[in-house]
Design a protein around this ligand. Structure first.
Ligand code: CA
Length: 77
C-alpha cells in the first residue's frame, strides 16, 4: 500500500489541503467578525464607547448602557 492508490502525489494532496484551509478561513472569518462583542473594558474613554454604542444602535446590542440612560460606559474617564 502506498500513495499510488490515491492517484495523486503528496504535493498535489498538500495543495488540496491548503485550498480547503483557505476556503474554511474565508467561510469562518465573517462569522467571527459579526460575533464581535464589545464591552466597556474594550475602550479607554467614555467617548469612544459612546461612539460605538451610537453606531451600533438603535438599541444596545453590546450592552454598553446597562442602565439605559443613553450614556454608554459612564464609569470610563
Ligand atoms: Ca448608562
Amino acid at each position: 500500500m502506498n500513495g499510488d492508490a490515491l492517484g495523486s502525489d503528496p504535493g498535489e494532496l498538500g495543495a488540496v489541503v491548503r485550498f480547503i484551509m483557505v476556503v474554511a478561513a474565508m467561510l469562518t472569518a465573517p462569522v467571527v467578525v459579526s460575533a464581535r462583542d464589545y464591552d466597556c473594558g474594550d475602550f479607554s474613554t467614555q467617548a469612544e464607547a459612546q461612539r460605538v454604542y451610537e453606531d451600533a444602535g438603535p438599541g444596545d446590542p453590546y450592552r454598553l448602557d446597562r442602565d439605559h440612560d443613553g450614556v454608554a460606559c459612564e464609569t470610563l474617564p
